[in-house]
Design a protein around this ligand. Structure first.
Ligand SMILES: [Fe+2]
Length: 288
């Protein structure tokens, strides 16, 4: 499939690989076989607690659910997407952030994402940024279908959370490789606490001089195929993707800011993961 969206840096070989996948992976059989064999099964819930001196003392703690990299397509069974959404729903988060790469390359696979996601209705809503795979696919269709179920996109944009979470600013960046990140616009305002949603760890280059407290990203799949002790074999070649491949990193002056990198949920090309298991993230932010 040729480039269908506004994405930059579309790899030339990608169109041939996608055409090949469409031909040999008909009816998403790799996902079906992997699921049947139990190779797509468990999803971890990874929990982080972030205590900030700047967190407004009168606010309750903020519980954030973070889902990334569904990669709906030939390699990801729809049940994995559905389970990840139910798993985060069961945690009753105040807000849910969606880190992009909703589809692998074909926007038609949003049919696996929309029905389960429609049921997820956290009190403060759902917020999203696109991933590089979305921007190379029909990103207009992907964005519209999510907006129709109430998801708000934060593409170089931000907003203050409503009471009782006063003083907390959430912004999102366009994707580093395929999009047009504009950190000046995203940080046109800022609060006592500043949260950033971005797809790619390389977006750290956009925000490292900005006053952010916690940034959420995916993209790396933690390698998708890794050696034990989280040693990824293959990672995206963009900056920061090896340095910040998975987990929580303290960065900036005195390590006061955190980057949380999720391994995500879905599968790219291979319907398998090794030592880079699918996960949902729950992050609780409160007063130090
Ligand atoms: Fe990605």
């Amino acid at each position: 499939m040729a480039l269908a969206g506004r994405g930059r840096n579309y790899p030339r070989f990608r169109a041939s690989i996608n055409a090949f996948e469409n031909l040999i992976f008909r009816h998403a059989w790799p996902a079906k076989v992997a699921f049947r064999l139990g190779l797509q099964n468990k999803i971890k819930t990874v929990r982080y607690t972030v205590a900030l001196a700047s967190y407004p003392a009168q606010n309750p703690s903020l519980k954030i659910g973070f889902l990334s990299d569904f990669h709906a397509g030939h390699a990801t069974h729809p049940k994995m997407i559905q389970r990840s959404i139910e798993q985060i729903q069961n945690e009753n988060p105040d807000i849910v952030l969606l880190g992009g790469d909703f589809v692998d390359f074909d926007a038609a696979f949003m049919r696996d994402v929309i029905p389960p996601l429609e049921k997820l209705q956290p009190p403060l809503g759902l917020f999203a940024v696109p991933g590089n795979h979305d921007l190379w696919s029909d990103d207009v269709l992907i964005q519209r279908s999510l907006q129709e179920i109430g998801v708000k996109f934060l593409i170089n944009d931000g907003l203050f959370l409503p009471p009782p979470f006063d003083g907390i600013y959430l912004c999102g960046l366009d994707e580093w490789l395929a999009g047009e990140p504009d950190p000046a616009r995203a940080f046109a305002q800022n609060g006592k606490v500043n949260l950033v949603l971005m797809h790619n760890p390389a977006n750290y280059l956009d925000i490292k001089i900005r006053p952010f407290d916690v940034a959420f990203c995916g993209h790396t799949h933690a390698g998708q195929v890794a050696l034990p002790f989280q040693y990824p074999l293959i990672l995206p070649r963009q900056p920061c993707c090896r340095k910040y491949s998975y987990g929580r990193y303290q960065v900036g002056e005195d390590g006061r800011s955190s980057i949380i990198v999720s391994s995500g949920i879905g599968y790219h090309f291979l319907p398998l993961r090794f030592f880079a298991w699918p996960e949902v993230v729950l992050c609780t932010i409160g007063k130090q």
